[in-house]
Structure formats: C-alpha cells, structure tokens
Design a protein around this ligand. Structure first.
Ligand code: PLP
Length: 257
C-alpha cells in the first residue's frame, strides 16, 4: 500500500540525533513517507552544536514548492527555523493553506545551550499551528513567565493555546514529577495531563523533534489531536527506553527509532 506523505521543515543535525535526521527516522518507523525542507545546516554531534549555517529564505521556498508541487503532503512539522526571514517564508506557505495539520515545534535553544531560533521567528508561525509542542524552556520564553512545575506548565499551555495554536502541548521531560514525565495538553476548551514513567538516560538528544514528528504522522493518519499526542508520547517513551544503555558518542546520544 502507498504510504502517507508527511513533510518536515527543519535543520540538519550532522550527528543524526535531532532535526531532519530524527524526523525522517520517526516517519519511517511509523510507516509514513518522509519529505524534507532544510532550513539550516548545523555542525553538531552528541556533545553539542559547533556551527550553524541558516539557508536563504528563497532556498526554503524553492524546496517547499518542489515538494508541495508533486506530493500529496498530509501533515507537516516544523522544527528549527533559524531566522525570522525563513520563518516568514514558511508562514507564507501556511497562510496560503499549503501546510495541512501543521505541528510547530518552537525550537529556540539546544539542550547544549546553542541558540537555534528566536522567539520572533517562532511567533510568526504559531497562529497557523494545529499543535505547538514547546518544552518548558520554550514555553517560558514564549509566555515570559517561569515554567518549572506542572502547575506552571498548565498555565503556560492554556495561555499559549488562547493565543493562536488550536492545541498546545508543553512537554515536561526536563521536570522530574515524582518519577514521571508529565506533558500538559491544552486546547478545545480542556486541559489534560499525559503521564509516562521517566526514563533516566543520557540518550535523550532529539526527544522534542521526535515527539512532534510522531504527532504529525498520526495527524496525517486521521487521529484526533489528543489521540495523536498520546500515541506520540508512547512512541518517544519507547524510543528513549530502547536507547537507554546505548553508547553512541560521548555526550547526549540519540533515541532508538
Ligand atoms: N539540532 C537541531 C537541528 C534541532 O532541530 C534540535 C532540536 O529541535 C536540536 C539540535 C536540539 O536537540 P536537543 O535539545 O534534544 O539536543
């Protein structure tokens, strides 16, 4: 059977753990056909990001036109956008209705501390998002308040959902909630907590990328947002558990897709 086509608009991670490379692995693992539009090239490995080259907005638009002009893309995720000019190019396509089931992962700073995006760029895309997936640091940057507890995650998810995206999931992988990893989903007038056992591992690089990519695949398959998000969380927990004892690189290693 012909697989469903999904698209990632994101940056390249030469180490293969995050960004475009993670997204394509998730798409393949979940049975979708993956296409990709590169926004930036990063030189990085499991220890961190060594260099970033943002691509010209025109190159991003040209890739979008090539992919969307041929494939019936059923869902799209965005990751690292790099510059406001690239975000504008992507937002223009979203505004024209060319990016169905848009999942926006508002990538701002790598866990290693390297800046990969700016709030003003992400904000241009959020109004078109079906689902936005900030982690706690990104939710704090977007709302201007601290987001370090489950209560603050609830407030941030609700505030962000009121301002553009249909649904917002604030991911809590960095908050140890009594041995659990708790994500907060807000939208459609309700707020839900999603719980999973915390996986203690240094192999967690690309967790956010993988989560948003998995949501896009499930939305393409027709799942309602809460089902897509719950399935994606199960996928990420499984991928973290599978790589728990791996020894790839000396820093934060990749997940097991
Ligand atoms: N590199 C790229 C290209 C990314 O898109 C991202 C996250 O979205 C990262 C690095 C950072 O990943 P992590 O914070 O899991 O290290």
């Amino acid at each position: 059977m012909t697989p469903t086509t999904v698209l990632t608009i994101a940056g390249s991670d030469s180490g293969g753990g995050a960004g475009i490379q993670a997204d394509l692995k998730v798409f393949a693992a979940l049975g979708a056909y993956g296409t990709s539009v590169l926004t930036a090239v990063t030189a990085q490995n499991t220890r961190g990001v060594d260099a970033v080259l943002p691509l010209p907005p025109r190159t991003v638009t040209e890739q979008l036109d090539s992919v969307l002009g041929d494939f019936a893309v059923r869902a799209v995720k965005t990751g690292m956008l790099g510059t406001p000019a690239v975000a504008d190019a992507v937002a223009e396509a979203a505004k024209a209705g060319r990016l169905p089931h848009l999942v926006v992962d508002p990538v701002l700073v790598a866990t290693s501390g390297h800046r990969l995006g700016v709030v003003t760029a992400v904000e241009r895309l959020l109004p078109y998002a079906r689902v936005a997936t900030p982690n706690c640091a990104e939710a704090a940057a977007l709302t201007g308040g601290p987001v370090t507890t489950v209560g603050e995650m609830v407030a941030a998810a609700q505030a962000l959902a009121a301002g553009g995206p249909e649904f917002v999931v604030v991911t809590g992988g960095d908050v140890d909630a009594a041995g659990e990893s708790v994500d907060v989903l807000a939208g459609g007038g309700t707020t839900t907590l999603l719980r999973a056992p915390r996986v203690d591992t240094r192999h967690s690089h690309g967790t956010g990328c993988s989560f948003s990519a998995a949501i896009a695949v499930r939305l393409a398959a027709g799942d309602p947002v809460p089902v897509a998000v719950a399935t994606a969380k199960e996928y990420v927990t499984r991928a973290l558990t599978g790589a728990r004892d791996w020894e790839l690189g000396a820093g934060r290693g990749p997940l097991d897709h």
